[in-house]
Design a protein around this ligand. Sequence first.
Ligand SMILES: Nc1ncnc2c1ncn2[C@@H]1O[C@H](COP(=O)(O)OP(=O)(O)OP(=O)(O)O)[C@@H](O)[C@H]1O
Ligand SMILES: [Mg+2]
Length: 382
Amino acid sequence: MTDRNIIELKNITVSFDGDTVLDDLNLSIRDGEFVTFLGASGCGKTTTLRVIAGFITPDNGDVFFDGKRINDLPPHKRNVNTIFQRYALFPHLNIYDNVAFGLKVAKVPKDEIERRVDEMLELVNMKAMKYRKVQTLSGGQQQRVAIARALVNNPRVLLLDEPLAALDYKLRKDMQNELRRIQQTTGITFIFVTHDQEEALSMSDTVVVMNEGKIQQIGSPTDIYNEPKNAFVADFIGESNIIDGVMLEDYKVKLDGREFVCLDKGFRKNEPVDVVIRPEDVDIVPAEKGELTGEVTSNTFKGDYYEMIVDVCGFKWMVQATDETKVGAKIGLIIEPDAIHVMKKSKYSGKFGDYSTFSDEMDQMEEEEEEAELESEATENE
Ligand SMILES: Nc1ncnc2c1ncn2[C@@H]1O[C@H](COP(=O)(O)OP(=O)(O)OP(=O)(O)O)[C@@H](O)[C@H]1O
Ligand SMILES: [Mg+2]
């Protein structure tokens, strides 16, 4: 990755039928960076990609490519390629011809086409099958062909709109690694879209968290996880207990009526704040030794850890631990200074509280809804 910006979005606003879909977006993407837009359905991820690709002209704001303003440059003149969620390969053509298609249209000499297609198929590990019909390929194999086809014209920037959403878990993991490897080998800037936070954190140099057409936070995966900027980001990325607190002075925060030492500073004296504590950062001790005490109200085995809900004076904490604690047990909680992260109050304060309504069933229902939505959207796009 270089220090040069390849794409810059300045004050981008887009509305459809009077609804603001992108609200004053500002973003710089460096040449060779792997950037991921992360956010729930409808937050404006695809719209942002389409602004970059030139399919949507923003109502306001400017798009820069390599320092040049490209607002008026049509899509085919932008050095950008897109892989859509349903990677529309040509079903009647074999792998080779699918990848070669764009180069043939551009009247590239035959021997050069052959060389470049072979090189791309090598990169995506599909060279051995190059004369197979694409209908006979698995989802993951088709995905590789789509990647080869998008990369063969040497774009400076590749836009990938939820390209892995249709794949099953295992294949998806493999393709995540593949994509990362391909990005690093080619050095092409990747702008990747997902609503899966784990995918975003594991693949990217930089994650852009979006909600309701606004950027909530831009940062490295560790920054986003360890230093969420507001309650929305803290809630969206990973599991978090978000507790009302008061910043008594630098390095001292009060929550649940108790003072805790923390690593945060620079707040007003007695400023009300949101405090994030990750479930894996809470230590469990015997009740009499705890800084806080509570009762275990549920306990779920997750494979390599137990996930517990602990009622502390009516506030339901999520706590993860490697040892089992029985439901009904009274336990003590210890929170070390580096487990505490203090955030400014925002419009999201109070919206994400404790885990009192938490259940795995709800998560599953949400996922199913989301999948159904993606399916119908993909059908529309065809
Ligand atoms: N052409 C359009 N006309 C009207 N509204 C649109 C149009 N395109 C998008 N929208 C609306 O803009 C909002 C953002 O859409 P967008 O496709 O960018 O969301 P997204 O973040 O990509 O969501 P998903 O994860 O479901 O793909 C949505 O409310 C959508 O309904
Ligand atoms: Mg989308």
